[in-house]
Design a protein around this ligand. Sequence first.
Ligand code: NAD
Ligand code: WQD
Length: 366
Amino acid sequence: MAVGSVLVTGGTGYIGSFTVLSLLDAGYKVVIVDNLANSSPEVINRIELLTGQRPKLYSADITDEAALSKIFTENPDIDNVIHFAALKAVGESGEIPLDYWTVNVYGSLCLLKAMEKHNVTNIVFSSSATVYGDATRVPNMIPIPEHCPIGATNVYGMTKVAVEDMITAQVKAQRNKAKKAGKSGEQFNGALLRYFNPAGAHPSGVMGEDPQGIPYNLLPLLAQVAVGKREKLLVFGDDYKSKDGTAIRDYIHILDLARGHLMALNYLREKKPGVKAWNLGTGLGSTVFDMVKAFSTAVGRDLPYEVAPRRDGDVLNLTANPAAANSELGWKAERTLEDACEDLWRWTKNNPEGYRQQPPQEFVDA
Ligand code: NAD
Ligand code: WQD
């Protein structure tokens, strides 16, 4: 298969930046569009440090259809898009819902329109396990397969469901249109990747998650406790029906998640399946206490925590059934929770101010 060229929206963000590494390592040419609302341009230096390649960065907003169109005009070899750019905080999505519909849904609409205009055919989309809502409401749906009924319970999740539907309809329509014109239409394809809980950092300690403002997710919060930026972790509920009373999630190493995008894109280009949804998770559930223990082991001391009431909207168990991605994409999570915790700790120790500081000296000298 000839190497392709990919536009990565949100490519300076956490998952996007690691996917850019995977794409560059696999020989893809990469162009990034990101408005840097939740990321730093320093990421581009780190990508160059690790790969020796410097992807082109357009600082633009995905709700600006003309700007997206200009990127496709200036880079006519782009034939694929991986679409990460979005707002992603569940709690915030209920407070400023219109911003979420604008960026996540209208932004995706602008992207699909620009793609159509420039005949860009493949799209890989960042969906989320949150589209399933509380899968325990349906019998026998843990671990969660892709055919689990969709049931988003928050605005963020609703925007993900809406974009999944938009991509599905658009790919179908473009295939039909091509068929009516006597062509196969098989070049139009979409992957809906439903991620479980991304975790960890690059094993070099050079790249990781750098949330702007107050983190919302468990591991970045635990990392802040470990470096003394936060006194203790609040464990949201110890009265769930799990082995230790805390909620269960499927934490997937960021390098495995990034590789999943590469394999999904390769699959679209080779097999031309139309639209397919895949869960990207490990299939293993860990409780909040498992995570506190695993991260404490990586840090080398017990991290303080206190049990607090359940967080609104949390569910007991979000564990993936990744069988479809395993068999169809040939993708399997390879790294362990211990790897994720050790890598996160190395990144946090080396970069307590995230990308707002210079990379560690040994990498600059190497
Ligand atoms: P992130 O915030 O690190 O990355 C998103 C990137 O999009 C950021 O660099 C941000 O600056 C950019 N962006 C935001 N609004 C934009 C706009 N209007 N125009 C252009 N760029 C814009 O988040 P992430 O964790 O890397 O998540 C990436 C994608 O994966 C998102 O779509 C998110 O919803 C999805 N997702 C994330 C998780 C998770 O737990 N991190 C889980 C499932 C799905
Ligand atoms: C994990 C577990 C918390 C913080 C969210 C989104 C989901 C996806 C990933 C984007 C839960 C517990 C957390 C804390 C705690 N994102 N926790 N104390 O909620 O599984 O998923 O991020 O698509 O859509 O909903 O992730 O990291 O916030 O929480 O006890 O201070 O840790 O209750 O059980 P979550 P999380």
